[in-house]
Design a protein around this ligand. Structure first.
Ligand code: NAD
Length: 393
């Protein structure tokens, strides 16, 4: 997706003629991290903070580049506005393959990242979180480094932390839980019963959604990860699949191995891996009724148009995976107040927030008659525009 084209399209969809303030990030910070004699390019992109401090994860992946981080930061800006939490959008990344590094080296990269960006991070400035191939342990190292440098205790400067150092109950499953609330509601509205589900990606987002859906009685027929796919027509036992992945490092080999999961017939398809997984070719072939984007940007723009033409509903990333940033926001609130909530409180708040956003989008979608993504963007953009106008006139 191209941000400039998206802004033009959004100007038409929303009828707001000047969305220039959203066409580029407020700040782009880059650094070179030197660890054990190796150099890694690192980014922190602060897209927009009209509605609150910058918020967004840090990705460690060999494909990380400025364009990708900028797009992810843009999506964070839209997402926080859509679920109406008082935060802006940002994102970070390091171009690195963590699978090739020791745990000790990964810790050094995490600390070096914070040393490089210390001045522009902070509890009221910019609050990172985990993303692809980063996790609560890496957040712990980052918090520790930040507090060492600044000689303070400031757990709210980063979210997605382990519980022992200020994390929130429910954060580990929040992205998937938010997705589950959307799926349950969409199934009710679409009259989908006994849904058969395919999940692409089996990391934090993918394995948790598979487990939550499995526990609720959905049939998960196929799952993939970066090494392969596994399929069972009668449904996979997700508890056993999680153990299989822990032992073997992949879902492959658990049931029937397949090369591809996208063309299998199903009711719900959940991309939960990386961007651009569903392109035009795949969009022509998928045999599903509902796509729920748990990953960021898994459906290309051309594919999205094709899916709309084919009457396949897509719940977009900015809504479907917003549970993660929403509970990150709850974690930040708990850190700032020093009062901690139990898992039921967290999940009840999350459910209210997700359903409010989903139902607002659905109502507009029915009135607008355009696609679901346009309805979601319209709501978010109007909030952002109004915050920007109030600040800048
Ligand atoms: P993760 O690192 O925990 O897992 C990524 C998974 O994707 C792994 O199982 C990996 O094997 C798999 N994968 C990679 N390439 C693949 C391919 N070509 N085919 C199939 N599987 C492949 O990452 P995550 O946190 O689960 O994030 C996944 C997506 O969800 C990303 O787009 C991320 O931005 C988005 N997301 C995550 C969160 C969160 O809280 N974790 C929140 C919002 C959005």
């Amino acid at each position: 997706m191209d941000i400039q084209q998206t802004i033009k399209r959004l100007e038409q969809v929303t009828g707001i003629s000047n969305l220039n303030f959203l066409s580029k990030p407020n700040h782009v910070h880059t650094a070179t991290l030197v660890v054990n004699g190796n150099e890694y390019v690192a980014y922190r992109i602060q897209y927009n903070n009209d509605r609150g401090p910058y918020k967004g994860g840090i990705r460690f992946h060999p494909m990380v580049n400025r364009t990708e981080v900028e797009l992810l930061a843009f999506w964070m800006t839209i997402k926080t506005a859509l679920v109406d939490i008082p935060m802006g959008g940002g994102k970070g990344g390091v171009t690195i393959d963590p699978k090739l590094l020791s745990e000790e080296s990964i810790q050094k990269v995490a600390r070096e990242y914070v040393r490089s960006f210390n001045n522009i991070l902070g509890v009221n400035i910019d609050i990172p979180a985990p993303d692809v191939y980063t996790n609560p342990q890496i957040m712990s190292f980052m918090l520790d480094e930040y507090e060492l440098i600044n000689n303070c205790s400031e757990p709210g400067m980063i979210t997605g932390k382990p519980l022992e150092i200020g994390g929130s109950l429910g954060r580990d499953t929040a992205t998937a839980m938010g997705g589950l609330f959307c799926i349950d509601e969409a199934c009710d509205r679409l009259g989908l019963k006994d849904a058969r589900v395919i999940v692409q990606g089996f990391g934090n987002a993918g394995s948790n959604i598979a487990k939550l859906l499995y526990d609720k009685g959905y049939t998960i027929i196929a799952v993939s990860d970066s090494k392969g796919c596994t399929f069972s027509d009668s449904g996979l036992n997700i508890d056993l699949l999680i153990s299989h992945k822990q032992i073997n490092g992949t879902v492959k080999g658990y049931a029937e191995d397949l090369d591809n999961i996208f063309s299998l017939p199903c009711d719900i398809l959940i991309p939960a891996a990386l961007e651009n997984s569903i392109n035009l070719d795949i969009a022509k072939k998928v045999q599903t009724k509902l796509i729920v984007e748990l990953a960021n940007g898994p459906v290309t723009t051309e594919a999205d148009d094709m899916l709309h033409e084919r009457n396949i509903l897509v719940i977009p990333d900015i809504l479907a995976n917003a549970g993660g940033v929403t509970v990150s926001y709850y974690e930040w609130v708990q850190n700032k107040t020093g009062l901690y909530w139990d898992a039921t409180q967290v999940n009840n708040k999350l459910k209210l927030c997700m359903l409010k956003a989903l139902n607002t989008v659905w109502d507009l979608y029915e009135v607008q008659g355009r696609n679901f993504r346009d309805a979601a963007y319209t709501i978010a953009i109007k909030r952002l525009y109004s915050a920007h106008k109030l600040r800048k006139g």
